[in-house]
Design a protein around this ligand. Sequence first.
Ligand code: RNT
Ligand code: ZN
Length: 440
Amino acid sequence: MNIEDIKKAMGEAKSRIEIAKGKFHQEGDIVAAYEMAKERYAALGVDVDKAVAELEKQQISLHCWQTDDVMGFESQAGLSGGIQTTGNYPGRARNIDEVRQDLEFVKTLVAGNHRVNLHEIYGDFGGKFVERDRVGVEHFQSWIDWAKANNFKLDFNSTSFGHPKSGDLSLSNPNPAIRNFWIEHTKRCRHIADAMGKAQGDPCIMNIWVHDGQKDFTVNRKKYREILASSLDEILKENLPGMKSCVEAKLFGIGLESYTVGSMDFFEGYCASRKVIYTLDTGHYEPTENVADKVSSLLLYVPELMLHVSRPVRWDSDHVTIMNDPTLEFFKELVRADGLHRAHVGLDYFDASINRIGAYVIGVRATQKCILSALLEPLALLRQYEEEGKGFQKLALLEEAKTLPFGAVYDYFNFKNGIPVGEAFIPVIEQYEKEVTSKR
Ligand code: RNT
Ligand code: ZN
């Protein structure tokens, strides 16, 4: 399939959105349901129009790696470094054009202006091998141009996995040759992020996640953590106004189960003492931990949060984000802590077992739903009950709030923005699969 055919298929898919809208829902029904919902919420002191306007402004950083199972274009060596995709559903994006086509298509199915989160291995290397300590802004110029043309802002990530020098330890490696290689890589990535941020007139958020750890008993735990802290200090010492850096904590990686250098405690201390943005991946904690409870403590001590919204199933499995209790509670805590404006919302999952575009759209929409649900919480009344010691009333209202006509508000939000309402996006994705991804 050549580029013209793909463009044609996308045009047809877009016009099908119009058909789907009419088929599944009548305009009048959506608006009428919204008006009724507004009254119900208003009775509880909630301004629904304001919540919808806030959701419209909320950018979500689309993780480019959902399109191609975290492969990138540097080599086809496969994943290493503690993470893994499972599944081999057909249609994986195989090159830069396909990744961009998929992202452009996803954009037609989600309301709002969003961001694209790139990893260093997704550079435009022109078919040549570019070593990671040689990467530069020139390898991302076409992404900068594409983002501008498609009204996306870019975020960025250094990439320490999937490389012969990845090993068990990268930035925390006692061997200076390996450590300096990764320091140089990460410094260069910050310069790329700085150029992206300047070009888009909005800071590019650059995440640093290193997989560093050990499979088994580790007796030099403090030593590697000291090295990681000093490598990060070295990397972060240059002030680059076009970008903001964040560092990601993790529980464990596959094959690195016994020790993680960049643990939660390590990065909480690091971010609090250095005033660096903390990256909170919702899949990176013990399965029984209440991740939502971390928000209010972190916001007291770190400048901002970068979010990797994910769904762990038994472990850090990176299942597709859905509107489940932990994710709902997580965004409620952000709103309750007045922290939404201090959080950069991004997604991080990679499901290769179902239609990848479908997985993408489900995750974005679920994240929006969780944010909207948090914005619609009758918070003033709940807080009043709590302060007055009215425990029964608070619990009752929390329960009733669950079945308020939230769906009518989310439908209206999509409808207002010309996006398929409800399940109407399913046939649109089926069509894209038939015409585009199944032919890859
Ligand atoms: C890994 C981290 C990290 C990666 C991406 C690809 O556990 O969550 O954010 O998923 O950098
Ligand atoms: Zn992550």
